[in-house]
Write a protein that binds this ligand. Structure first.
Ligand code: IPM
Ligand code: MG
Length: 359
């Protein structure tokens, strides 16, 4: 029996997770799959209920599952600049760290029918196919941070710290993944300034010796942010640190038209993983039916493929998304002039229908 831990979270999280669950239910029923799922609270909702964003018990359930499907966490209600206050985002970091999910894969593809929903020109983005490999359990997200208040001064700091083994494992994974793609890796750093980036770059160069079939280039992060909108087709696999990956993956998402389309997989040494859309909890559209469930549904497809070995089912979900978009159905974030405007549930149902017809 396979166990999936479902963490809907905050904002639009529960709405879009519901649509993904319809699809899990369908496949369980159709193919008699031995999959069970359980729910847990994470983020703001957990702060409201228990005073903390993640209970140990929920974390244990995540660790004991074959995969975690997450919606989104956070919202204005829990935003605070006060040090020491519980924050929804802390829970996400805790799951990533405690499950050792060091590799975050964020694929960016262009859906042909959506090419005109991007703010970039058609000729710039046509054919873009990028995989951002973001280091997820190290760097400034987890380094020491502090705010110091004294009579003379007030200051605050965060630490960007990378151990050699942390760089080695993510870089190897990037090279391995590139082998299954167009065999090109761009390593992004700020080695002209940061010591941690120099260690990063040196390590990439050394490991590259074992992957001489892969074309490698190094790029500073500021230049990368420019190159991504100037000529995104030059990229295949981008490998980078936690913070740079966070920032660049939002930018990369915009190439595809909407951040509401992009799934992600966070993986560790074994097959377990956490799967979540790369977008946030979008509290501004919570409960309006405007949320796009596609990123969540595609995250489920990644979960099927990577953690459950259900490759055919994953392929059917992805093909179904494509079909529905091709037929012109659109949630507001991707709507264009001739689009057929629909809501979250309708989008979920259409994808489900298409997936079931694709048998
Ligand atoms: C992401 C998000 C998270 C991050 C937040 C919600 C903590 O922006 O997954 O990209 O910064 O990693
Ligand atoms: Mg982010």
């Amino acid at each position: 029996m396979k166990k999936i831990m479902v963490l809907p979270g905050d904002g639009i999280g529960p709405e879009i997770v519901d649509e993904a669950l319809k699809i899990i239910d369908f496949f369980i029923e159709e193919s008699n799959l031995d999959i069970r799922y359980e729910f847990g609270d994470i983020g703001g909702i957990a702060i409201d209920k228990y005073g903390i964003p993640l209970k140990d018990e929920t974390l244990e359930m995540c660790k004991n599952s074959d995969a975690v499907l997450l919606g989104a966490v956070g919202g204005p209600k829990w935003e605070t600049t006060e040090p020491g206050k519980p924050r929804p985002e802390d829970a996400l970091l805790k799951v990533r760290k405690e499950m050792s999910l060091f590799a975050n894969l964020r694929p960016v593809r262009i859906y042909k029918p959506l090419i005109d929903s991007s703010t970039l020109k058609r000729e710039v983005i046509e054919g873009v196919d990028i995989l951002v490999v973001r280091e997820l359990t190290g760097g400034i997200y987890f380094g020491k941070r502090e705010r110091v208040v004294s009579n003379e001064d007030i200051f605050a700091y965060d630490t960007e710290l990378y151990h050699l083994y942390e760089i080695e494992r993510i870089v190897k994974l990037a090279f391995e993944t590139a082998r299954l793609r167009r065999k090109k890796v761009t390593s992004v750093d700020k080695a002209n300034i940061l010591e941690s980036s120099r260690l990063w770059r040196e390590t990439v160069m050394r490991i590259h010796k074992d992957y001489s079939d892969i074309e490698l280039n190094h790029m500073y992060v500021d230049n990368t942010s420019m190159q991504l909108i100037r000529n995104p087709k030059q990229f295949d696999v981008i490998v980078t640190s936690n913070l740079f990956g966070d920032i660049l993956s939002d930018e990369t998402a915009m190439i595809s038209g909407s951040i509401g389309l992009l799934p992600s997989a966070s993986l560790g040494e074994n097959n377990s993983g956490m799967y979540e859309p790369i977008h946030g909890s979008a509290p501004d559209i919570q409960g309006t039916g405007k949320a796009n469930p596609i990123a969540q549904i595609l995250s489920l497809a990644m979960l099927f493929r990577y953690s459950l070995g259900l490759k055919r089912e994953a392929g059917r979900i992805e093909a179904a998304v494509n079909q529905v978009l091709e037929k012109g159905y659109r949630t507001p974030d991707i709507n264009t002039e001739n689009g057929k405007l629909i809501n979250t549930k309708e989008m979920g149902n259409l994808i489900l229908e298409a997936a079931s017809d694709l048998k």
